[in-house]
Design a protein around this ligand. Structure first.
Ligand SMILES: Cc1cc2nc3c(=O)[nH]c(=O)nc-3n(C[C@H](O)[C@H](O)[C@H](O)COP(=O)(O)O)c2cc1C
Length: 192
């Protein structure tokens, strides 16, 4: 018989992100964050390529990033509201971890599997933060897909992409549950 872990299952069946704009300080300190990152790096990774890395952003770095988002939005012709919202995501963030997908050359492991692994790291970090009692939210945003922004603001190489910005802090309000998928609509049971 399997050995159940009811607390882990209860967490997985009730986990819910906390909107980034509702997060405030304090955020996890460096030691607490190292534990969350250690949990996130414990993620399935075909071929042990480790096709991801973390950039921890706090304090002045977040303000610098917010300013670069503003200039990126102006360059891309975004409207004022869109720019202000994206800027605020960084300037108001108590702590942000950029999860970077790092494509590694491999004859065996397809690029898409490295992308999946980077996405899995994002969810693992989100869940580790939530399970530790922090509020957390996985965001991307239009700037994260702009090559000039990610190169200049975050130093990403040509083989790297932002898989997610994980905002982590103290929740100020718990959001209501959102609709969840109809399991029967997305599941086929095949036995013969
Ligand atoms: C790759 C990815 C990027 C996302 N980017 C954004 C975003 O830029 N803005 C946003 O409002 N939500 C974004 N979301 C959705 C938020 O994470 C949202 O809070 C999430 O769907 C809540 O899921 P949960 O309730 O299961 O935790 C993104 C989700 C994923 C997976």
């Amino acid at each position: 018989m399997p050995t159940p872990n009811p607390q882990a299952m209860e967490f997985l069946l009730s986990r819910r992100s906390r909107p980034a704009k509702t997060l405030k300080s304090p955020a996890p300190d460096d030691e607490a964050l190292r534990t969350l990152l250690t949990a996130a790096a414990r993620t399935p990774d075909h071929g042990k390529l480790e096709p991801w890395r973390f950039i921890v952003l706090k304090g002045d770095a977040l303000q610098r990033l917010a300013a670069t988002v503003r200039s990126t939005g102006e360059r891309l012709g975004k409207d004022a509201d869109t720019i202000a919202k994206a800027e605020g995501a960084f300037s108001n963030s108590p702590l942000c971890v950029a999860v970077v997908e790092v494509q590694k050359p491999s004859e065996k492991i397809p690029a898409i599997e490295q992308t999946y692994s980077a996405g899995a790291v994002c969810l693992a970090l989100l869940n580790a933060a939530l399970a530790s009692g922090w509020g957390a939210n996985w965001l991307s945003g239009w700037a994260s897909h702009d090559r000039t922004f990610v190169q200049e603001a975050l130093g990403l190489g040509s083989n790297e992409k932002i898989a997610g910005f994980l905002h982590i802090g103290t929740e100020t309000s718990a959001p209501p549950e959102r609709p969840r998928p109809d399991l029967d609509a997305i599941t086929s049971w095949v036995s013969e």
